[in-house]
Design a protein around this ligand. Structure first.
Ligand code: ADP
Ligand code: 5GP
Length: 190
């Protein structure tokens, strides 16, 4: 059975940056679990690449159909969820599946897969730095950024429930640590 690596953190901590870096490693056998969301695409996002963008009705239909491994209303009226079919498809291809999910989703996926999964909490140096990053990313309106920052302190309290905490202060240091920790996990060194 293939392994799984879960990344969770408050929005803006650097999950996507670190997941993309991991995927770009030579000889990597990773595949990204594309989640469903009912939020609108932002920036250059494309359906079927970053997310499967669903209408709220379609999202609800899939919940009723029991298609999700887990889902959360991460922000009011904004649903995000991992399809069972997505994880099964990638695992069957022999890939190590990478997840970028919110803190509750991360804890739930870890519980479901146990030792097959490594859960990593990406910790920002501070809420102030998180704010700077969300602003400089330039993809979200000010009110959206505020909602994300308002939730960040609560989300930080989930850190101890993860297998590993990686502080994303200096990016190169965090990238190297992610590669090392994931490598150790895949080679049964932890
Ligand atoms: P997340 O996926 O957790 O929401 P992103 O990966 O989109 O976060 O990162 C948020 C923003 O912060 C992006 O513009 C990214 O380039 C930037 N960023 C990521 N890591 C660092 C870092 N260590 N130092 C400075 N900026 C960073
Ligand atoms: P964003 O809108 O910035 O892409 O994502 C907002 C939050 O939703 C992030 O914390 C992201 O990790 C989380 N998220 C993305 N996909 C899923 C998912 O399938 N399940 C859960 N629980 N959270 C998700």
């Amino acid at each position: 059975m293939g392994k799984l690596v879960i990344f969770s953190a408050p929005s803006g901590s650097g999950k996507s940056t670190l997941v993309n870096y991991l995927m770009s490693q030579p000889d990597a056998n990773f595949a990204f679990s594309i989640s469903c969301t009912s939020r609108a695409p932002r920036g250059e996002e494309q359906n079927g690449r970053e997310y499967y963008f669903l209408t709220p009705e379609e999202f609800r239909r899939r919940i009723a159909n029991d298609e999700f491994l887990e889902y959360e209303e991460v922000y009011a009226d904004k649903f995000y969820g991992t399809l069972k079919s997505e994880v099964e498809r990638l695992s069957a291809e022999g890939k190590t599946v990478l997840f970028d999910v919110d803190v509750k989703g991360g804890v739930n996926i870890k519980k479901f897969y146990g030792d097959r999964a490594l859960s990593i909490f990406v910790q920002p140096p501070s809420i102030e730095e998180l704010s700077r990053r969300l602003h400089s990313r330039g993809t979200d309106a000010e009110d959206v950024i505020q909602v994300r920052l308002d939730k960040a302190a609560y989300e930080l309290t989930f850190a101890p429930q993860f297998d590993r905490i990686i502080v994303n202060d200096d990016l190169d240091t965090a990238k190297a640590e992610v590669v090392r920790v994931v490598d150790d996990f895949l080679n049964d060194k932890d």
